[in-house]
Design a protein around this ligand. Structure first.
Ligand SMILES: [Zn+2]
Length: 202
């Protein structure tokens, strides 16, 4: 699951049809409230734009993914991300708030297709968050333990001879290990091993 909050959070309004301000409307995103932490973190990798919409999203951030889809983080109280900067999964975007057209403090998270459109895509499918009002918990720890990880990386590094730029930092514990980064690294190592095995057979 990709979560904009660390720890516990609550889905306060699902994506879908609802009655709001006296009329029936399609709620294109998901409303979430962070319980343990009010910082909103990125759920995608891509460049961000810091924007403002008085009667709508309030203070908000739009992030464009490499395939052109866009993620909206709306109703923020404060924005931590720099306009036009590149932001990765887990980087802080801002602080949950109640700016724009809202009835209370929450984060409106929405996914839109490529291009200038108000159409929406399924943010639940994208993040893996269940489209149901309830409380959830996001496990922030990596799926591998630190020691596991270091061992795996060392073995793979030795086998493949690959030069890992941040190894020293990682091993000395001075760098935070980003799960996405490690996954990419492991994938690359596995591909290299397959390649080497093929070479050995021929
Ligand atoms: Zn909403």
């Amino acid at each position: 699951m990709l979560s904009p909050f660390k720890g516990s959070f609550r889905v306060t309004c699902e994506r879908g049809w609802r009655n709001l301000f006296g009329k029936r409307e399609y709620h294109k995103g998901l409303d979430l409230v962070g319980i343990d932490d009010t910082t909103v973190y990125a759920v995608g990798d891509g460049e961000v734009s810091v924007l403002y919409e008085k009667d709508g999203f309030g203070k908000y951030v739009r992030q464009t993914l490499s395939d052109g889809r866009r993620i909206y983080y709306a109703h923020l109280d404060e924005i931590y991300a720099q306009n036009a900067s590149s932001v990765k999964v887990g980087d802080p975007i801002g602080k949950m708030g109640a700016t724009g057209k809202v009835t209370g403090v929450h984060l409106h998270l929405e996914l839109r297709p490529k291009g200038v459109t108000k159409e929406s895509l399924d943010i639940c499918e994208y993040t893996g968050i269940v489209n149901k009002r309830a409380q959830y918990y996001y496990e922030t720890k990596n799926r591998f333990s630190y020691d596991d990880l270091v061992e795996k990386l060392m073995v793979l590094g030795i086998v493949t001879g690959e030069n890992m730029v941040s190894w020293e930092l990682m091993l000395s514990g001075r760098a935070q290990i980003r799960y996405e980064y490690v996954r990419t690294l492991l994938k690359r190592c596995c591909e290299k091993i397959t390649e080497l095995e093929k070479e050995r057979k021929t």
